[in-house]
Design a protein around this ligand. Structure first.
Ligand code: ATP
Length: 252
């Protein structure tokens, strides 16, 4: 087990956010419009629903609004109009502690791994649990389990710069899931990886999905879309629509 020095404080755990009935979509946009001050329209009257336990890909040209859509779901951006619901709860209206509880249900990973360079791999993964006030014994139980799920059980004592890009992305997946979220939003997680590592990351995300995690992943990569064999949605000119013919994504 990786050694974890305890620089982390332990606070009492907070009660869980209320959960919507299982039949409700776990991720839901209702007539959402979002633009930026630059005047750029990202989403225009978009309706979108994902059921719990699904694995879905989101694609579209650069600048179309893929990251923006994910940001709406983890509360980093607000819609101009419409409702953004996560587990049936409106993200728009939640504030303070209620929003914090809801965000615990949502793990996020990015193209750049955002690891703390001066912390070991185990400490990077532990950090989020310590910030939530989990007991030290629980942190020591969960961190090796999360690292094991991404195939890095023996790398906990390493620092990030000793790991390859693919391994660093796997650490960021461990960090995103160690809090046991129900949803994982993956924003172009394979964008910096070669094909082998990209497929490995895809495989891990699919394995986590099989264990019940709802995964929404953005990608530009037609090869990955082909390999994933999952439903694909495309954002283009402010509209979001399902892609029925994957061939249209394979462009020269
Ligand atoms: N904070 C912001 N302020 C102003 N404009 C923004 C902001 N964030 C994004 N944009 C603009 O909104 C549009 C959509 O950006 P977004 O990052 O969501 O696109 P994307 O589809 O994820 O692009 P890429 O595939 O290149 O990552 C772009 O034109 C971008 O320049």
């Amino acid at each position: 087990m990786p050694s974890l020095s305890p620089p982390f404080s332990s606070k009492p755990q907070q009660p869980q956010a209320p959960q919507a009935p299982e039949s409700a979509p776990i991720l839901h946009l209702e007539q959402v419009t979002k633009s930026y001050r630059s005047g750029r329209f990202c989403l225009h009257n978009v309706d979108f629903q994902l059921a719990a336990g699904t694995f879905t890909l989101l694609t579209g040209p650069s600048g179309a609004g893929k990251s923006t859509l994910l940001k709406l779901f983890y509360g980093a951006e607000q819609p101009d109009r419409g409702q953004v619901l996560v587990q049936g709860q409106s993200v728009n209206r939640l504030q303070g502690r209620a929003l914090a509880y809801l965000r615990r249900q949502v793990g996020v990973i990015f193209q750049d791994y955002k690891l703390l360079e001066r912390r070991t791999i185990a400490e990077n993964v532990a950090f989020v649990l310590a910030a939530r006030g989990l007991a030290w014994s629980e942190i020591q139980r969960r961190v090796p389990a999360a690292l094991s799920l991404v195939g890095l059980a023996d790398r906990g004592n390493c620092f990030p710069d000793a790991l390859s890009g693919g391994e660093q992305q796997r650490v960021s997946i461990a960090r995103a899931i160690v809090g046991h979220p129900r949803i994982l939003l993956a924003d172009e997680p394979t964008g910096n990886l070669d094909r082998h590592n990209a497929l490995q990351v895809l495989k891990i995300l699919q394995q986590l999905n099989k264990k019940g995690l709802t995964v929404l992943m953005t990608t530009h990569d037609p090869h990955l879309v082909e390999m994933a064999q999952a439903p694909v949605w495309q954002i283009k000119s402010g509209r979001l629509s399902p892609v029925n013919n994957r061939d249209i994504l394979i462009q020269p």
